[in-house]
Design a protein around this ligand. Structure first.
Ligand code: NAP
Ligand code: MG
Length: 495
């Protein structure tokens, strides 16, 4: 991997795609308006990006619908669709260094992570779904013997994907992979903080031979472009990742417009339960630190609540603090950096605000707690550990989306489960024990879409991902995600 200085040289050569991508072409927004992209690494302007609104949504939906009706993609032979998608994946692979650099500049994540996680996982996701195009079969129902009862899957139509900024390309890929593989037309609205990789990969899709209008990208704001998509009468589905609050808006938009399908991946406040019989307490502590400080804590599954058995709490927190030291924010362009910046100034202020709230609520800062690297002009926060937290405190209930962990203690298994389940969220949970019976019993009692045992991150494209309770509706990843992007048709033939 190149050194920080090499990346700085590369930045001078980056050419930003900063217009809307509609019907296979870049174009300014209909209003001509733009918005400024500031890099959180140093607070400097990167570029100005087209600010799309209702009229651009109108143009994109028209293009997406037209190509869907024409069948150039929706009716293409699956093997041919696969070839185009795999060609796209190969182009993304070829440009992975450039795309990783765009991601780092846009959201301030360490370049090493952008390459090894964001790009690597996006490529694997898109490739995995491309491979499904000609491998998933339809069904025949075991109905009456004098009939044929066919169950076939059809693309749902025009899909709006609205995604957040924490893993911009990866969250988009979780939607684009299954949506495109099943033959839909897509309109992607990236978060205002992170439009750059979405625009570049759309251009690469056109280069790979994706028909015009199948993938459109509209940079712009949620309240305008996002809402216009959510309320559009000719959009058949919204696939959303973001906050629980905005997820609920999309349910309302659908109810007040055409009852479009809505799939939601929303917030989390994941418990990380550490039992006294944990096999390797130092490893559990290192993983607990990684589980909350990775990506500056801007992860929906972040293990933000350490729920630890009373008798090992002091030892455990001391070890987590030792490991937290390795997560101090540094230059995101340095390949050795483990933690970069927050996504922008307002996210930094929000996180520092929550640290204040925690102090005022009576929790104790056991590590960190301050802004960092102020002299760079960028927006950095120290990894922060709160001790003496009660689960009813705001810092234990609300999604902070920053490198802040709350430590809560419990006496027995029953209390551990009760505390773990006591939030509005249910995205992910982790537990550490060497007792296999306890592990299974507790895993069953946890109301979460993913439970990790002796780990905090067992995610893979082959396994479904999504939330219970207010963490979402539906699943991303794995074959289960395909169902969201398809209608199921029953065709009955009387013999
Ligand atoms: P957000 O504010 O909910 O935004 C998500 C997306 O929705 C963005 O594209 C945003 O556009 C758009 N949006 C905002 N307000 C809207 C509105 N009124 N109508 C229509 N669209 C609107 O979330 P974020 O700040 O980008 O990301 C952080 C949140 O995402 C966290 O709460 C985190 O838990 C959640 N998240 C969940 C998952 C998951 O898989 N469950 C993954 C990652 C993140 P703008 O950017 O232009 O406002
Ligand atoms: Mg936002």
């Amino acid at each position: 991997m190149a050194a920080a200085e090499d990346y700085r040289t590369q930045i001078a050569q980056v050419s930003y795609r900063n217009q809307a991508f509609i019907n296979g072409k870049f174009a300014p927004s209909a209003s001509g308006k733009t918005f400024v992209r500031i890099s959180p690494i140093d607070g400097k302007v990167l570029t100005e990006v087209a600010e799309c609104d209702k009229e651009d949504v109108e143009r994109a939906v028209k293009a997406a619908r037209a190509v869907f009706e024409k069948g150039s993609w929706s009716q293409m032979a699956p093997a041919q669709r696969k070839r185009i998608l795999l060609k796209w994946v190969a182009l993304i692979e070829k440009h992975r260094e450039e795309l990783a650099l765009l991601e780092t500049l846009d959201v301030g994540k360490p370049i090493a992570n952008a390459l090894a996680v964001d790009l690597a996982s996006s490529i694997r996701c898109l490739q995995w779904y491309a491979e499904t195009t000609d491998k998933v079969y339809d069904e025949l129902a075991p109905a009456r013997p004098d009939s044929i009862s066919m169950i076939t899957r059809e693309p749902i139509g025009v899909v709006g994907c609205v995604v957040p900024w924490n893993f911009p390309l990866l969250m988009a890929s979780w939607k684009l992979g299954p949506a495109l593989a099943t033959g839909n037309s897509v309109i992607l609205k990236p978060a205002e903080q992170s439009p750059l990789t979405a625009l570049r990969v759309a251009e690469l899709a056109a280069e790979a031979g994706l028909p015009e209008g199948v993938l459109n990208v509209l940079p712009g704001f949620g309240e305008t472009a996002g809402q216009a998509l959510g309320r559009h009468m000719d959009v058949d589905m919204i696939a959303f990742t973001g906050s629980t609050e905005v997820g609920k808006y999309f349910l309302r938009y659908a109810g007040e417009s055409n009852m479009k399908h809505v799939a939601l991946e929303t917030g989390g406040k994941s418990p990380n339960i550490v039992f006294g019989d944990v096999a390797d307490i130092n490893h559990a502590a290192a993983t607990a630190a990684a589980g909350v400080f990775y990506n500056s804590g801007q992860v929906c599954t972040a293990a933000t609540r350490i729920i630890v058995q009373e008798k090992i709490k002091d030892q455990f927190i001391e070890l987590v603090a030792k490991h937290a030291d390795k997560w101090r924010p540094k230059d995101p362009l340095d390949p050795k950096t483990t933690m970069g910046s927050m996504v922008d100034e307002s996210q930094m202020d929000r996180v520092l605000g929550y640290i204040d709230i925690g102090r005022k609520e009576g929790a104790k800062v056991a590590f960190g707690g301050e802004r960092a690297r102020r002299n760079t002009g960028g927006f950095y926060v120290e990894p922060t550990i709160f001790d003496d937290v009660k689960n009813s405190m705001r810092i234990a209930q609300e999604e902070i989306f920053g490198p802040v962990v709350a430590t809560i203690t419990f006496k027995d298994d029953e209390e551990a489960v009760k505390i773990a389940n006591d939030t509005i969220y249910g995205l992910q949970a982790s537990l550490w024990t060497r007792d296999i019976t306890r592990a299974h019993k507790v895993a069953r009692a946890l109301r979460a879409g993913t439970v990790n045992i002796n780990s905090t991150d067992g995610g893979d494209i082959t396994a479904p991902f999504g939330g219970y309770k207010q963490s979402g509706i539906g699943r991303d990843k794995s074959l289960h995600a395909l169902e969201k992007y398809q209608q199921i048709k029953h065709t009955y033939i009387q013999l």
